[in-house]
Each structure stands twice: as structure tokens, then as C-alpha cells.
Ligand binder design. Structure first.
Ligand code: PBG
Length: 323
């Protein structure tokens, strides 16, 4: 007890503080999400996400070279297609936007790990993540489409696929499809505990993927639920998920911790568009110190138990870590 114990002793000088620091985000933890769109020579700012852009494939390649040179090892690719239809068929077109982007990145920067988001909402005319019939999102007919998407990403050279649709049984369906075609070595990072969150708002502007009717509550999780997250993650692991993800991150740190404590697979956390936009907006107003807040938030996500952190601040973090 005091005066023998004085926690301040270890805080007195910066070297000591750094020596006893318990959590250190590192470059290997970071995954940078990127948006790719049709066209050439395009780097289009995303109004809802200042500092983020939609790139045409040629410009994306330039961007990933920089990302890689900062020491970031992995990117997560989202596509905005030329046209949408009822089923989202552009999502599995061999010459679709993501497929072309993956080939181009793997050609230019083969060491960079390319993960693809597997979903339909950017590709469907109704903006839902599955097959819609009579105003409902159907589960089982969607599985076949998702498998086709994952397979076409793997064929284009994707190193890992990340299904974000939240249909039941999709990990099993995708695993079977990949295995059948010789892609046993392509891991699945499942968006397992993905909540029906208002934090995705800015992303839906960026990806033009907002649902045209209703919302995603019949497939994404209800935000108050934690036990259900454990169930979702357990099911995905049984179905063959190599990595489970919690999304969003900042308002779900307890879920990240639960994932870490209950399962023996790597846990990813997605710090989503709304988390990014809030920090950007507050910093622009001068209300907060962006640099310090970003470091604090990303460190908190790691401290909660995330092994991998998907963040639009990956470049800022990489610069901070390298400092
Ligand atoms: C696609 C998908 C979404 C995000 C990642 N994959 C949007 C959604 O579910 O509506 C959100 C990412 C973010 O907000 O940064 N289903």
C-alpha cells in the first residue's frame, strides 16, 4: 500500500513509460479498405469520408504501391460496378471491377495481401445483400450467388475472401465451392458478428449500396446482442471460417473481447466508415486532436483483443508507428 506502492514511479519519464506499455499496434495488424470503380485516371473523393477516394483500377494500383511502401501488408477491396441488376450479377463477372482490380494489384505488388469483400449489396438494384423476392431477402438462394462471387475473386488471385452478407450458412457454402475448385488454400475471414449499425452510413454513400427499401435488420445482428455474437462466431468457425470479424469496432469493444476469450482463431475488428467520419468531422471543427485520437482508438481496439484491425486510418497509423 501507499507509500510503498506508487504507480506514478513508472510514469515519470518517457522511456520508462514506453518500456512498460502493454499494447502496441503494429504494421502487421493493419488492413486498409479501398474502393474501386470503373473508368481511367479517376481518383474521386468520397464526400462522406474525407481523405478516402474511389479509384479507377489504374489509379488504385498507384495507391496500393504507396500503401505497401508505408509497410501496410494487406488491403480489403470493395467494388462499385458499372451496372446493377436484380441478382447483382456483376459481382461474379470474370471481368468485374473487383476481379480486374485484384489482377492488377497482384501483377504490380504481388507481396501485398489482397482480401476481397464478398457481398451483393453494391451490385444489386435493390441494394440488399441477397436475393429479394416479395420484399424479403431470401437466405438459401443467396448462398449459391455468394459462392460464385468468392470463387471468381479467388480465380482472379484474391489471397483471402471476406463474406459480409450475414446469410446463414454462407461460410460453409463458400468453403465448399472454393475447395471444389482447388482453392483449399484460400482463407475465409468471416464478418461473423456484423451488426445492423448506423455506423455504416458513410460507406453506403461511398459504395452506393444503401438498401432501396427497408433495412438490413433481418440479416445483420441486433446491436444490443452479445450472446448471439458468440453463436454467430461459433457457427462460422464450425463452417470453416479461418478468421472471425467483429464490426463495427469502437461501440463493440466488449464483443471483440468476448471473441478473443472464447475462440482460438484470429479476431479481426472493422473500424467502420462512421467511426472514421466522426473523427474526421470533429477534427475539422477543431474539437479534437486527430492524431492522438486515432492512435488511442486503434490501440483500444487492439487492447480489447483484436489481432487484425481494418481501418481507413491505416496509412496514418502506419506513419505513426514508423515515427
Ligand atoms: C457490405 C458491407 C458494408 C460494410 C462493409 N461491407 C455495408 C453494409 O453492410 O451496409 C460497411 C463498412 C463501413 O461502414 O466502413 N455488406
Amino acid at each position: 500500500m501507499f507509500p510503498v506502492h506508487r504507480p506514478r514511479r513508472l510514469r515519470e519519464n518517457p522511456t520508462l513509460r514506453e518500456m512498460v506499455r502493454e499494447t502496441r499496434p503494429s504494421l502487421q495488424d493493419l488492413i486498409y479498405p479501398l474502393f474501386v470503380r470503373p473508368g481511367r485516371g479517376i481518383k474521386e473523393p468520397i464526400p462522406s469520408m474525407p481523405g478516402q477516394f474511389r479509384y479507377s483500377v489504374d489509379m488504385l494500383v498507384k495507391e496500393v504501391r504507396e500503401v505497401h511502401s508505408l509497410g501496410i501488408r494487406a488491403v480489403l477491396i470493395f467494388g462499385i460496378p458499372e451496372r446493377k441488376d436484380e441478382l447483382g450479377s456483376e459481382a461474379w463477372s470474370p471481368d468485374g471491377i473487383v476481379q480486374r482490380a485484384v489482377r492488377a494489384i497482384k501483377d504490380e505488388v504481388p507481396e501485398l495481401l489482397v482480401i476481397t469483400d464478398v457481398c451483393l449489396c453494391e451490385y444489386t438494384s435493390h441494394g440488399h445483400c441477397g436475393v429479394v423476392e416479395g420484399g424479403r431477402v431470401l437466405n438459401d438462394p443467396t448462398l449459391e450467388l455468394l459462392s460464385k462471387v468468392a470463387l471468381s475473386h479467388a480465380r482472379s488471385g484474391a489471397d483471402m475472401v471476406a463474406p459480409s452478407d450475414m446469410m446463414d450458412g454462407r461460410v460453409k457454402a463458400i468453403r465448399e465451392a472454393l475447395d471444389r475448385e482447388g482453392f483449399q488454400g484460400v482463407p475465409i475471414m468471416a464478418y461473423s458478428a456484423k451488426y445492423a449499425s448506423a455506423f455504416y452510413g458513410p460507406f453506403r454513400v461511398a459504395a452506393e449500396s444503401a438498401p432501396k427499401f427497408g433495412d438490413r435488420s433481418s440479416y445483420q445482428m441486433d446491436p444490443p446482442n452479445a450472446r448471439e455474437a458468440l453463436k454467430e462466431m461459433a457457427l462460422d468457425i464450425e463452417e470453416g471460417a479461418d478468421i472471425v470479424m467483429v464490426k463495427p469496432a469502437l461501440a463493440y469493444l466488449d464483443i471483440i473481447r468476448l471473441a478473443r476469450e472464447n475462440f482460438h482463431v484470429p479476431v479481426a475488428a472493422y473500424s467502420v466508415s462512421g467511426e472514421y467520419a466522426m473523427i474526421k468531422a470533429a477534427a475539422k471543427e477543431g474539437f479534437i486532436d486527430e492524431r492522438r485520437i486515432v492512435f488511442e482508438v486503434i490501440t483500444a481496439i487492439k487492447r480489447a483483443g483484436a489481432d487484425l484491425i481494418i481501418t481507413y486510418f491505416a496509412k496514418e497509423m502506419a506513419r505513426e508507428i514508423g515515427r
